[in-house]
Every structure is written in structure tokens, then in C-alpha cells.
Design a protein around this ligand. Structure first.
Ligand code: TYM
Length: 332
């Protein structure tokens, strides 16, 4: 079986619709065909300041959301990144293979650092993409399901794997990004030309899976569209409507063409009203499930411990090989 790895940050009080449609939905589907490793990346989260108590809570809450969305701990190794020390260890080795200029070109770093100011942005934020490469390469992952915004980090990962293999002998599988075109970028409901994002979206542009469903419904109904009235998919001229159709299609498995046909002769209002209902029907049982996982933290922690154990089996082998290749003396 081919291997898959992906990760998600435990930041914010909830995953948003972009996280689900762009990434986690594919994580769930790939369990049927691949050997899957999914982690809550708490090491990545601390690249910006976190309150310790809040971080711990959000780490569990992230795991609970993944389970509620369909990550099956019997088929996937579901774990917390800091429980597998090999991530930080391989991260260091790879940092020493990464050019300073190469890391400087990462656009997510540039965006975040420019927002915080280079004096306040941490060195961890700078080396973040290299740690992400370690996450992936430790598991010899063939495919990495992510949204479009992670493409550049995947390119870096591939470059690092190829460079290491070429210089020191085949050690890492060179991974392919697994980016599903239709849902690779879900847009902000108020600004449908920029991506939906925890940090950048305004409250009304962002659908959080754990917020009050009534609030989500209201956001859908007040999503920015255009002055036209025909419900057709035209990403260039009708970005708002196209985004709503993308979301609608992904949540119902009805194709865009079917939806266009169904809304022929109707208006944007009908589309929004129906999509709001679809969304409420999706998040209501999801929220109940998250709650039930959070009600039994002992069990949740057990699931994560089991996941970490499975992950370490693979990660420790890869790290040992990389340490050997680089010339570290084996401890006897
Ligand atoms: P993060 O936590 O920001 O986001 C988790 C996943 O959600 C996707 N995503 C989106 N997809 C479509 N439309 C959007 N508006 C949208 N917003 C977010 C992201 O692309 C991502 O797949 N660096 C990663 C976490 C990470 C990782 C890894 C991923 C750490 N190590 C190893 C893959 C493999 C991140 O910050 O994702």
C-alpha cells in the first residue's frame, strides 16, 4: 500500500470549512486505499506564541474534530506531533541541508513575518517548512493531501528529499502533493478572491465548523456575490457564486453541472438559503460527535497514544537511516 501523511495545526477554536474541504475530506477518503498517518502539529503551532493551557485544549479538540470528520483510528495512525520526537530530530538534520536563501523564499513565511515584523517573528517560523518536510519524509509518504496554499512547502520537501538522496544515498521517498483541484482553495465568503483563513478572514467570511450553526447559516446567506442573477460557475466573473457552488457540491456530492441545472431560473437567494441548510445539516451531527469525544478525554488520549506508537515504528526507522547516512556514530 502507498503511504500518506498529512498534518493540521491546532490553532484557533475550530477547524474551518477550507480545512475540511481542502484537506481533511481527502484524508478520510484516502484511508480506503492507502496506509495513512495523520498528525496534529503542535510543534508547528508554537512558531507563534501560544497559551499553554489553550494549546493543550486545542490539541485535543483538533483530534476530536478529525475523528468526528471520519478519521478512523483503526485504519489511520492519528497522533500528536510532539509525541513522536523524531520529527524534531529529523527537522534539525534537514535544516542543515536547507539553504538560507531557499528558506527565505517561502511565501507563507514572508506573509506571516511581514505581519509580525521580522524582529518579533520567531526563528521557528522561518524553519517551519523544513520541519514540515521532516513530518512527511519520516513516513516515506508517497502522497500528501493538502490545500493549494501548501504547494510551495511540498516543493521544498521534494527538493530536500532529492538532495539528500543524491548526496548520501537513497533514504527518502520523494512525495507527491495530493491537491484536489475543485476544492484546493476555498474562498472567504466576504472577499471571494482571497482564501478562507483563520488568520486573515474576517468573522463573516469564515465558516468555523464548531461555531453556532445558526451563525454559519447567516454568514452563507450574507455571502458576497455579484450584481448578476444567474447561478452559473464562473470563477473569474462570479467568484462568490463559484465559491458557494464549490462548497455546495463538495458537501452534497452533487456535481456543479447538476447544481447549475437545479438553480436554473432561480436566484442567488435560493442558492444561499439551500446551502445554508446543507451546512447546518452537516455541522449539527459533527458538533455532537466532537462533544462526545471531548467528554471522554481519557479515551481520546488513549487513541492518540496508540497512534503515536504506530507512527514511531516507522519514524524511528527512517531517522536511524538518516542519522547513519549523515555520519552520526550509532549509540552502542
Ligand atoms: P493548516 O493547519 O493551516 O491547514 C490544514 C489544511 O487545510 C488546508 N487549507 C485549505 N484548503 C482549501 N482552502 C482553504 N481556504 C484552506 N485553508 C487551509 C491547508 O492547505 C492544509 O492542508 N503547514 C500545514 C500543516 C502541516 C502539514 C505537515 C501538512 C504541518 N506538517 C505535513 C501536510 C504535511 C498547515 O499549516 O496547515
Amino acid at each position: 500500500k502507498l503511504r500518506v501523511l498529512s498534518g493540521i495545526q491546532p490553532t484557533g477554536d475550530s477547524f474551518h470549512l477550507g480545512n475540511y474541504l481542502g484537506a481533511v475530506r481527502q484524508w478520510v477518503a484516502l484511508q480506503d486505499t492507502h496506509e495513512t498517518y495523520y498528525c496534529v502539529v503542535d510543534l508547528h503551532a508554537i512558531t507563534v506564541e501560544q497559551d499553554p493551557k489553550v494549546l493543550r485544549h486545542r490539541t485535543r479538540l483538533s483530534a476530536a474534530q478529525l475523528l468526528a470528520l471520519g478519521v478512523d483510528p483503526d485504519r489511520s495512525a492519528l497522533f500528536v506531533q510532539s509525541h513522536v520526537p523524531e520529527h524534531a530530530q529529523l527537522g534539525w538534520v534537514l535544516e542543515c541541508q536547507t539553504g538560507f536563501g531557499e528558506a527565505s523564499r517561502m511565501t507563507q513565511f514572508k506573509d506571516k513575518a511581514s505581519k509580525q515584523g521580522t524582529d518579533r517573528a520567531s526563528v521557528g517560523l522561518f524553519t517551519y517548512p523544513v520541519l514540515q518536510a521532516a513530518d512527511i519524509l519520516l513516513y516515506q509518504a508517497n502522497a500528501v493531501p493538502v490545500g493549494e496554499d501548501q504547494r510551495q512547502h511540498l516543493e521544498l520537501t521534494r527538493d530536500l528529499a532529492q538532495r539528500f538522496n543524491k548526496r548520501l544515498g537513497k533514504t527518502f521517498t520523494v512525495p507527491e502533493p495530493y491537491i484536489v483541484k475543485g476544492t484546493a482553495k476555498i474562498y472567504d465568503l466576504q472577499d471571494p478572491t482571497s482564501k478562507m483563513s483563520k488568520s486573515a478572514s474576517t468573522g463573516n467570511g469564515l465558516i468555523e465548523l464548531l461555531e453556532d450553526p445558526k451563525r454559519s447559516a447567516k454568514k452563507i446567506r450574507s455571502a458576497v456575490t455579484d450584481t448578476g442573477r444567474e447561478v452559473v460557475f464562473d470563477a473569474e466573473n462570479k467568484a462568490g457564486v463559484a465559491n458557494l457552488l464549490t462548497i455546495y457540491s463538495a458537501l452534497t456530492s452533487r456535481t456543479i453541472a447538476e447544481l447549475e441545472a437545479a438553480y436554473e431560473g432561480k436566484g442567488y437567494g435560493d442558492l444561499k438559503k439551500d446551502l445554508a441548510e446543507v451546512l447546518v445539516d452537516f455541522v449539527t451531527p459533527f458538533q455532537a460527535q466532537v462533544q462526545s469525544y471531548m467528554d471522554d478525554v481519557a479515551e481520546l488520549d488513549k487513541v492518540l497514544a496508540r497512534g503515536a506508537e504506530r507512527a514511531r515504528e516507522v519514524a524511528s526507522r527512517t531517522l536511524a537511516a538518516a542519522y547513519d547516512r549523515i555520519g552520526f556514530l550509532p549509540p552502542s
